[in-house]
Design a binder for this molecule. Structure first.
Ligand SMILES: Nc1ncnc2c1ncn2[C@@H]1O[C@H](COP(=O)(O)OP(=O)(O)OP(=O)(O)O)[C@@H](O)[C@H]1O
Ligand SMILES: [Mg+2]
Length: 356
């Protein structure tokens, strides 16, 4: 299905049902008391995260989503039916904003996470409620309150552990296809990939991470040239980037020059993204002899003063990818453990504050 990562919609919760005026009418009971029932609550509108979805496509077509109104109360103390709520399923990674205030209403990061985006109206009360010792035949009722109406903007920012960046044709999609079940389009022309795609990479039993493939970036991408910057937001929430570099660039660009181009675009798009841990992955080793590859690695280290991780792989030889994937898995696990430890320490700090 078509990849859509932004949608505007309107949600309307159901109004509460009104209370009813009614009096008991029975044979032989001349003055029956009040028996008007309450209305039912109106239904609410919710967003629900669903890991089977990866696009907001459905929300481009139908733009107004309503929940059901609560039923009105009726005689014989009958309460109106509750309005049915409406559940809108969205991909994991969906952010929901109010279009009126720009306020963030919800960030759906986990499967089945549910966020209420419009509150149903409250039920009105029937006249049976207003009976008292001084008024045995009240005609008073209350109306249900209106359901909330909101204009929303949904924005999808994919959630993946590792993001792939690089020039067109570097072999990003080839790598994704080699290590996951994802089947991205691969071809020897630039901008083969037009939309992001996520794959799951299994590394041994019960260990896996997610990898997102992006369209290639080119010089000027941060300003909107090519396809690049429109999709860069989908790596904003990754924890690690693989920067894929072609050892044998078809346009004859030097490895150093290729790396600098991408690094400059990342920096310009977002300094925060540019400071994300990044590993350089030189691809297509089988097309270059080993000595030359080693020399190129050395040049990356010295010319660019690259202190970070550096790999030379062939995306069409899965064996050559094992070390990269294993290291990435280890890195992600230890980073997660550190983050947990840091947040535990913070919790303990705030407990201390409480006691003092
Ligand atoms: N290790 C490799 N050895 C030889 N050819 C490769 C290797 N990796 C990728 N290729 C080839 O390079 C070309 C580009 O690959 P791919 O489509 O994966 O690049 P990409 O980075 O995803 O490009 P785009 O940014 O345009 O989507 C394809 O023809 C692919 O077969
Ligand atoms: Mg591609």
């Amino acid at each position: 299905m078509k990849f859509v990562d932004e949608a505007n919609l309107r949600v309307e919760a159901g109004d509460g049902g009104h209370g009813c005026v009614s009096f008991r009418r029975e044979k032989y009971v001349p003055f029956g008391g009040p028996d008007g029932g309450d209305g039912g609550d109106g239904g609410s509108v919710y967003l629900v995260a669903d890991h089977n979805l990866n696009t907001l496509y459905d929300y481009r077509v139908n733009r107004v989503y309503k929940a059901q109104r609560g039923g009105n109360g009726a005689g014989k103390d009958r309460t109106g039916a509750k309005g049915e709520s409406r559940y809108l399923r969205v991909p994991i990674g969906t952010l929901c904003f109010s279009r009126e205030t720009d306020e963030l209403i919800g960030d759906l990061t986990e499967n089945e996470q549910t966020v209420r985006v419009a509150q149903g109206g409250y039920h009105g009360m029937g006249n049976a409620r207003f009976k008292s010792s001084t008024n045995r035949a009240p005609r008073k009722t209350t109306d249900g309150t209106p359901g909330e109406i909101r204009e929303l903007r949904l924005e999808l920012k994919l959630l993946a552990d590792v993001g792939l960046v690089g020039l067109p044709n570097a072999g990003k999609s080839t790598l994704l296809a080699a290590v996951s079940g994802a089947r991205p389009r691969i071809a020897d022309y630039p901008f083969t990939t037009l939309t992001p795609q996520v794959g799951v990479v299994g590394v041994g039993p019960l260990r896996s991470f997610t990898l997102v493939d992006l369209p290639g970036l080119i010089e000027g991408a941060a300003e909107g040239i090519g396809l690049g910057h429109r999709f860069l937001r989908h790596i904003q929430r990754t924890r690690l980037l693989f920067h894929i570099v072609d050892l044998l660039d078809a346009e004859g660009r030097d490895v150093i020059e290729q790396i600098q181009t991408i690094e400059a675009e990342l920096e310009q798009f977002s300094p925060e993204l540019a400071s994300r841990p990044r590993w350089i992955v030189l691809n297509k080793t089988e097309l270059v002899d080993a000595e030359e590859t080693a020399e190129l690695c050395e040049r990356v280290r010295t010319t660019l003063d690259w202190q970070g991780a550096l790999y030379a792989v062939s995306a069409i030889r899965p064996d050559s990818l094992n070390r990269l994937l294993g290291d990435a898995m280890d890195y992600l696990e230890s980073e997660a453990a550190e983050r947990r430890a840091a947040s535990d320490a913070e919790d303990m700090d705030s407990d201390d504050d409480h006691e003092s």
